[in-house]
Design a protein around this ligand. Structure first.
Ligand SMILES: Nc1ncnc2c1ncn2[C@@H]1O[C@H](COP(=O)(O)OP(=O)(O)O)[C@@H](O)[C@H]1O
Ligand SMILES: O=C(O)C[C@@H](O)[C@H](O)C(=O)COP(=O)(O)O
Length: 338
């Protein structure tokens, strides 16, 4: 059963809107950031990672974002171009705003944290003037990363993109992508997350992210109540992730499909979410059954957990499928059957 029908006549598969930044991941990991001395630089930011992920899987991606007018801004644009991502809607900041920087701390395979430098972050300078209807109309889907709603002018730009997507039947994917930085209050998060969630065809988030989104509605829901609420509001698929416990996709017809994480030798704790979104959405765009989308998402998430980088380590579709074949031989099926 296909839960979502994309307009296959459109040239672009997906536009990613929001944060593009730089990740600095320690090469001398398994110690604290206080002690780490050597870092490798990667393109970062959740929607940017997903753009690279989906481009490597073979999808035609475009990015709607803002970068600094300096060497780092050039680095990310050139990296995207090398990956075949359309950069025609990435513009430079004009008032000296700088790309956000993320220093990651990898204390152990299971304990990681991130430290973000996001004062006057370039990505949050995206403005309504940067959003044009034709671009959105030409894409099958638009992914909105929740952090883009944290501040003006990016907040209004995001809501403008959302309106054009709704008007033109461009499917809206909302990756709640909660990052505490740049938000003025929990109420602001609940207000803006829920505005977008109410209009999304697909919502992806962790339990904590749904709790934040629902804080002014009816806090304390369980997963089934959350999924039913958002599907009653018009969503076709609601994905709730539970880290190492696995994840479930709830569909508008009242069904749910669960997948366990693939066993893997973890290197770090982050990056899984972006790997997951890349393959899950790839599967949907390919017209796969939802359980196959989940299997690919969970597999790619595990591959990212085992890698040093996020964007740079995104695999090809063949590599994800090979990983699934090998894992199934060793460990059996990851589909959690009721
Ligand atoms: N240790 C792990 N081993 C294998 N897969 C994992 C591991 N931790 C997380 N994952 C996978 O990554 C996905 C996303 O992780 P999660 O922590 O839920 O989201 P996020 O990274 O966005 O915070 C999970 O649903 C799971 O499939
Ligand atoms: O999203 C960011 O700005 C930082 C990412 O580039 C980072 O590497 C990361 O934390 C990925 O996290 P996840 O995929 O949500 O686990």
């Amino acid at each position: 059963m296909k839960y979502i029908e994309f307009d296959q006549s459109r040239e672009m598969d997906i536009i990613l809107l929001g944060r593009v930044t730089i990740d600095f991941n320690p090469l001398d990991y398994y110690k604290s950031l206080v002690e780490s001395e050597t870092f490798r630089k990667y393109v970062g930011g959740s929607p940017a990672n997903i753009a690279v992920g989906m481009a490597r899987l073979g999808k035609k991606c475009g990015f709607l974002g803002k970068v600094s007018d300096d060497q780092f801004g050039r680095f990310v644009v050139e990296y995207f171009e090398k990956e075949g991502i359309d950069t025609s809607r990435i513009s430079k900041c004009e008032h000296g705003e700088k790309l956000g920087l993320t220093f990651t701390e990898i204390l152990s395979p299971t304990e990681s944290s991130i430290l973000m430098y996001r004062n006057q972050a370039a990505d949050l300078q995206l403005s309504v003037a940067d959003i044009d209807e034709e671009y959105i109309k030409n894409s099958k889907a638009l992914l909105i990363s929740g952090t883009a709603l944290a501040m003006s002018p990016s907040r209004e730009a995001t809501l403008k993109a959302l309106q054009f997507a709704k008007k033109n039947n461009t499917k809206v994917i909302f990756d709640i992508d909660y990052r505490e930085y740049n938000w003025a209050s929990r109420d602001d998060m609940a207000i803006y997350y829920s505005i977008v969630a109410h209009q999304s065809d697909i919502i992806i988030g962790s339990r904590e992210e749904f709790d934040i989104t629902e804080a002014l509605l009816d806090p304390g829901r369980d997963d089934h109540t959350t999924a039913k609420y958002w599907c009653d509001q018009g969503s076709r698929i609601v994905v709730i992730k539970h880290g190492k416990e696995g994840s479930t996709a709830y569909t508008y017809d009242g069904n749910d499909y669960s997948i366990k994480p693939f066993p893997v030798k973890a290197l770090k704790g982050f990056g899984g979410g972006d790997g997951y979104a890349s393959s899950f959405l790839y599967g949907l765009l390919e017209g796969y059954e939802i359980i196959e989308c989940l299997e690919m998402g969970s597999a790619q998430a595990a591959m990212l957990i085992a890698s040093h980088g996020c964007s740079a380590d995104m695999p090809s579709a063949e590599a994800v499928k090979e990983f699934i074949r090998e894992s199934k031989e060793k460990y059996g099926d990851m589909v959690a059957r009721a």
